[in-house]
Design a protein around this ligand. Structure first.
Ligand code: NAD
Ligand code: UFG
Length: 353
């Protein structure tokens, strides 16, 4: 069996079946496309708390496949177990979580309850159903403010500045402890940097509810006229142009990183931490100007005060992903800006008609 999975990793067998918890969301839907394109099968479980079934219908149309999908809360152990019994899988990718930093400060208990509980329930149900591989959506936020960029996986985790970040920090710990106790378990902790962009078809993308918190949806909603003006949070940071630096990564690159991660998960046991970033920092103003150039438009923006909790600089060292997964981001900032705008233009109200 080991050998079979090794061959799979080498690209000689392409028949894994992967359960995507939270697979109707932004990153999950793009990962579903990449997995199917790589010859794998997917099963999706989502409670549509921050997504909708239309995203899955779009993935099905893009890939010309039918995806078994279930409206299930991952915290509901009996319902999750029923899916595992009905749909045997080799591996789980755990995307299911609440992710709005500001909201997590207002509703910490809801964030701890949902994010920690989904992780515990998944681990229990996986064990009972003999599924031993899990790939987890972690975040660069676990490096905290103590570590200076470029951020390496070998650095000690830092202090988080909000409950959302702490849930990621704690879930990494829970998964690591589980793997220490259960030597059959294979855990890959993927630390994402800043995913932006959309599938080039423009049929799936990020669909935030209400006023966007994140930069790229705010930029594209400003460009289309849904928001009047982008506020750049802080112009007086100690960076080349005074605005914050981040490691923006095209969501399709990120999705392809997950394909490599699930394939790699079959070949080893224990815990591996892997950054998924490009390793190249861009400023907020770089994003504004790249968006204007790639899409030949003018963006209404102003420099405003800093946002509480923002780090001046946050970017990855992306060497480990290259060495261990053979993966590296391929798409550039222009691709990210063009594809974000293409999605926004084709879906001015997101998945709502
Ligand atoms: P998303 O909100 O689009 O996707 C998360 C999905 O999980 C949604 O479809 C939501 O309905 C579902 N979900 C939440 N709680 C659930 C539950 N209890 N049961 C079933 N489904 C549930 O977010 P995303 O941007 O696709 O992020 C995916 C994961 O990656 C999240 O865990 C997020 O914290 C993490 N992450 C995201 C970013 C980012 O910038 N987008 C950065 C770092 C980490
Ligand atoms: N920004 C603006 N104006 C906006 C929105 C954002 O200037 O309207 C700036 C922010 O100040 C920051 C940059 O754009 O400098 C990126 O901000 P995002 O909110 O898009 O992303 P963050 O880097 O703050 O947060 C992301 C993820 C979190 C994760 C965090 C950790 O959204 O889930 O990275 O690195 F926890």
């Amino acid at each position: 069996l080991e050998n079979r999975w090794y061959n799979c990793f080498k690209g000689e067998i392409n028949n894994m079946r992967v359960l995507l918890a939270g697979g109707a969301g932004y990153i999950g839907s793009h990962t579903a496309v990449s997995l199917i394109e790589a010859g794998h099968e997917v099963v999706i479980v989502d409670n549509y708390d921050n997504s909708c079934a239309e995203a899955i219908a779009r993935v099905e149309a893009l890939t010309n496949t039918q995806i078994p999908h279930y409206e299930v809360d991952v915290k509901d152990k009996a319902a999750l177990d029923a899916v595992f019994k009905k749909e045997p899988v080799d591996c789980v990718i755990h995307f299911a979580g609440l992710k709005a930093v500001g909201e997590s400060v207002e509703k910490p208990v809801a964030y701890y309850r949902n994010n920690i509980d989904t992780t515990l329930t998944l681990l229990e149900v996986m064990k009972e159903n003999h599924v031993n591989q899990i790939v987890f959506s972690s975040s660069a936020t676990v490096y905290g403010a103590e570590n200076a960029s470029p951020l390496y996986e070998t650095m000690k985790k830092g202090t988080c500045t909000n409950p959302y970040g702490w849930t990621k920090w704690m879930m990494e710990q829970i998964l690591s402890d589980a793997a220490y106790a259960d030597k059959d378990l294979s855990v890959i902790l993927l630390r994402y940097f800043n995913p932006i962009g959309a599938h080039p078809s423009g049929t799936i993308g990020e669909d935030p509810q209400g006023i966007p918190n994140n930069l790229m949806p705010y930029v594209s909603q400003t460009a289309i006229g849904k928001r009047e003006c982008l506020t750049v949070f802080g112009g007086d940071y100690d960076t080349p142009d005074g605005t914050c630096l981040r490691d923006y990564i095209h969501v399709c690159d990120l999705a392809e990183g997950h394909v490599k991660a699930v394939e790699y998960a079959q070949t080893r046991k224990g815990v591996d931490i892997i950054n998924l970033g490009t390793g190249t920092p861009y400023s907020v103003l770089d994003i504004v100007h790249a968006f204007e150039k790639a899409n030949n438009l003018k963006l209404n923006y102003k420099i405003g005060p800093r946002r509480e909790g923002d780090l001046a600089v946050c970017f990855s060292n992306a060497d480990k992903a290259k060495e261990v997964l053979g993966w590296q981001a391929k798409r550039n900032l222009e691709d990210m800006c063009r594809d974000s705008w293409n999605w926004q233009k084709q879906n001015p109200n997101g998945y709502k008609k």
